[in-house]
Design a protein around this ligand. Structure first.
Ligand code: G2I
Length: 471
């Protein structure tokens, strides 16, 4: 069994080393019981901030071609802290000719996201659809080799930049069989999926590796059960799988059903994270969006939700108006329902840091976050004061909150200690120095309290406020 730290950018270690860390953490959890934070309502004002306050993410699919649209990027940068490339990391985009890789459009998205403190989900390494022409006509061991080489090359290229990969997408058949979908990849042998996971594991040991599919939301469906049995088998045999993605394209033919929560929690009970990866709902009924978010928030291992586009006009199903923003960029009723459900939801369990990497400067979680005194920027003269307060801590990361006083337009410089990395921010506009360790956060009209998530990467030193400048 292997497991990865969400957003972990440490250099790869051997699978066995990771196993030891996870077993130690699991043993600790089992001994102490999962420590749930009280489900008090929080008051995030954006989707990403509200999700991050609960230890989760809220993401969207992004098309590189839309990054030049100012209305689009304004919403993207304000609301989301996870990004999936809608098409740019698919096999036909990244290896258009065999052995010749092309990453330009994908990198545009990755750079846009990561330079603003958002994380990236990779979609997708192996799929029967959107294959490049040269691959579509291949079969047998040549195809198997080409697929594995693709997985290895692409996962290696993005190592450290992608927190989770949809390693294999949509490999199960629709209908009542519960079996695999016929495809050129499937015809290379039933073990093609686990081979892809092992190749991805070798290429990027720290990324979370997911199986992703659609119409797997209804617990009673044969397809859902087929995927469940595969994941159970993988966990039993030590195939390196960390997460299952539920696309959750809901429409009149494939509606949301109330056993969705059972589906999420049943998969999570197998020892994988679950993520909602491509959410859209025909007509965007607020109640259905609320139910979906509540279901995720009720499952501790449901660690993030991604909607498949920002505005209705960005959707692959634009005529169904299935998203959270109108085509003019205004928030829909479904947006308010989602934000409220995030703010009312439970935080994921807190866990002690892995025992193999003890905290260096902060005592373990037996001391509640609020008992640590806040630090205030010492140097006066900038025209404002910034006070950093510890917030929630998880096994691999922690949140900090900074309160600014003395100015309504400000910029605050914060430093983290390598190998720490900031993986998400909210209520401000961040920029970074070339080391990636020093973040300048500017006010963006969201008030005078901003926050950020730091991946500890083994170092639990509290981030430092270096300056506060009124502007
Ligand atoms: O079909 C919805 C999603 C189902 N799950 C897997 C996802 O990867 C898939 O995304 C969609 C994209 O949203 C579409 O944008 O995948 C489609 C292709 O399977 C994407 O459509 C393609 C068109 O078919 C192409 O003609 C077009 O060139 O988008 C391309 C880029 O705009």
């Amino acid at each position: 069994m292997t497991e990865r730290c969400h957003g972990d950018t440490r250099p790869p270690t051997g699978p066995r080393a990771r196993t030891a860390i996870v077993l130690a953490t699991a043993a600790l959890l089992a001994a102490t019981g999962a420590a749930f934070l009280p489900s008090t309502a929080s008051a995030g004002t954006t989707l990403g901030a509200s999700a991050a306050e609960k230890g989760r993410y809220f993401g969207t699919a992004v098309a590189a071609s839309r990054l030049s649209d100012n209305a689009y990027t304004t919403i993207l940068n304000r609301e989301f802290n996870m990004v999936t490339a809608e098409n740019e990391m698919k096999m036909n985009a990244t290896e258009p000719q065999q052995g010749r890789f092309s990453y330009g459009a994908a990198e545009q998205i990755v750079n846009h996201a990561r330079s603003r403190g958002m994380s990236v989900r990779g979609h997708t390494l192996a799929w029967h659809s959107q294959q490049p022409g040269w691959m579509e006509s291949m079969s047998g061991s040549a195809l198997r080799q080409a697929m594995l080489n693709h997985v290895t090359q692409v996962a290696t290229h993005f190592r450290g930049q992608v927190v989770a990969w949809d390693v294999v997408n949509e490999a199960f058949a629709d209908g009542g069989s519960g079996g695999r979908r016929d495809s050129n990849l499937q015809r290379t042998g039933n073990d093609w999926i686990e081979a892809a996971f092992r190749a991805a594991d070798a290429a990027d040991p720290n990324a979370k590796l997911c199986y992703n599919d659609y119409n797997t939301d209804n617990w009673t469906h044969a397809k859902t059960q087929g995927v469940y049995n595969m994941v159970r088998d993988f966990k039993a045999r030590g195939v390196p799988i960390d997460c299952v993605g539920f696309q959750s394209h809901f429409n009149n033919n494939s509606p949301y059903v109330s056993n969705y929560r059972t589906t999420l929690s049943s998969f999570a009970a197998l020892g994988v994270d679950v993520q909602i990866t491509e959410l859209d709902i025909q007509g965007a009924p607020a109640n259905t969006y609320r139910s979906v978010v509540e279901d995720c928030m009720a499952v501790p291992r449901c660690n993030g939700i991604t909607v498949w586009g920002i505005r209705d006009s960005d959707s692959w199903l634009a005529s169904q108006t299935p998203l959270l923003f109108n085509s003019n960029g205004s928030k829909k009723a479904a947006y308010d329902a989602v934000l409220a459900a995030l703010n009312n939801g439970s935080a994921v369990p807190t866990t002690a840091p892995p025992t193999s990497a003890p905290p260096t400067s902060v005592p373990p979680t037996s001391a509640p976050p609020t008992s640590v005194p806040p630090t205030t920027t010492p140097p006066p003269g900038g025209g404002c004061t910034a006070t950093l307060q510890d917030s929630t801590r998880w096994g691999d990361r922690f949140n900090s909150q900074v309160t600014v006083s003395g100015a309504s337009n400000w910029s605050v410089v914060v430093a983290v200690t390598p190998p720490q990395k900031v993986s998400a921010t909210w209520n401000g506009s961040p920029s970074w120095d070339s080391s990636g360790n020093v973040m300048t956060m500017r006010s963006n009209g969201s008030g005078n309290v901003f926050g950020f998530t730091t991946m500890a990467n083994g170092n639990w030193t509290r981030p430092q406020v270096l300056s506060c400048t009124a502007s």
